[in-house]
Design a protein around this ligand. Structure first.
Ligand SMILES: O=C[C@H](O)[C@@H](O)CC(=O)C(=O)O
Ligand SMILES: [Zn+2]
Length: 281
């Protein structure tokens, strides 16, 4: 098993005005999230979100971090969320075992010593997309099933932005310090997410795109300030960090799904500054 954590730095909006495509990808894109048997993480200096993929096959996997975070164990001063986007899995949270089918999520409170990830079938491994934020208080851990969630349903077909937003880690489901996490499914024929676009200076956010319609489907993710936007072409199962000052919106050439995770100043999902369509450049 390989364990890799890549550090991304925080940027000024002025920095990216001059980035080449390669630099933009190097600074904001997580190229590989799920590798069978491995744990791949990104540590971004933007609000210190850690996110990435845990893909167990024949062996159980555990995120072990201590020196990197200056603590004794990973969740000593952090909370964790995850959603399975792959085959059937099992997770054991401080001794409590839960089945994790595709679309099952979990909130794990600060202070939890052991989170063990397993796949039922190594040939069709579970893919746990994980996100962790600094925390200072323990709230109860809880499995969250998609059936428990009443989705938001923004957009409409005429604007090609009809979608369902499932808020997993949200005050509707669990008490948390600062992590929010959810799953957005585009309606057939719709292709725009998060359009009209928004920023939230109070929180950063990472998007991970997956379940593309076919092998040639590509998503295009937009980042940057509303008046200085850049795009990144994505293959399935890639993720992008979006600084607080950045829009985060995407479109694709076929159907797709994505998971968003954010943290920062507040846990007020609606605290967004919607960008006027005339202000996008
Ligand atoms: O701050 C909230 C996040 O950007 C996402 O929840 C938005 C989203 O999933 C969508 O509009 O499709
Ligand atoms: Zn957002």
């Amino acid at each position: 098993m390989t364990f890799k954590m890549h550090t991304q730095y925080a940027h000024s909006p002025k920095d990216i005005e001059h980035y080449s495509t390669a630099e933009l990808r190097e600074e904001f894109l997580m190229e590989k999230v799920f590798v069978p048997g491995d744990i791949l993480l990104t540590y971004t200096m933007n609000d210190r979100l850690i996110y990435g993929g845990v893909t167990p096959t024949t062996e159980p996997l555990e995120i072990v971090l201590s020196e990197e975070l200056g603590v004794e164990f990973f969740l000593e001063r952090r909370e964790l969320g995850f959603i399975n986007i792959g085959g059937a899995g099992v997770v054991t949270v401080d001794g409590k075992k839960s089945d994790m089918k595709k679309q099952d999520g979990y909130y794990v409170g600060m202070g939890t010593k052991e989170v063990i990830f397993e796949s039922v079938d190594p040939e069709n491994p579970a893919k746990f997309y994980v996100a962790s934020a600094p925390a200072h208080k323990t709230f109860p851990s809880k499995k969250i099933s998609i059936e428990d969630i009443t989705p938001l349903t923004p957009g409409d077909q005429a604007h090609m932005n009809k979608r369902q937003i499932f808020q997993y880690i949200h005050p509707n489901q669990v008490e948390v310090n600062q992590l929010q996490m959810g799953y957005t499914v585009l309606a057939p024929g719709s292709s725009w997410n998060t359009m009209p676009a928004h920023t939230h200076m109070r929180r950063m956010e990472a998007y991970m795109y997956f379940d593309f319609e076919d092998k040639d489907t590509r998503a295009v993710h937009f980042i940057g300030t509303p008046d200085e936007t850049k795009h990144i072409f994505l293959e399935p199962e890639q993720a992008v960090s979006n600084p607080s000052w950045s829009i985060h919106s995407g479109v694709a050439t076929g159907s797709y799904t994505f998971i968003w995770a954010m943290c920062g100043e507040n846990i007020t999902y609606d605290d967004m500054d919607i960008v006027d369509m005339h202000d996008l450049k």
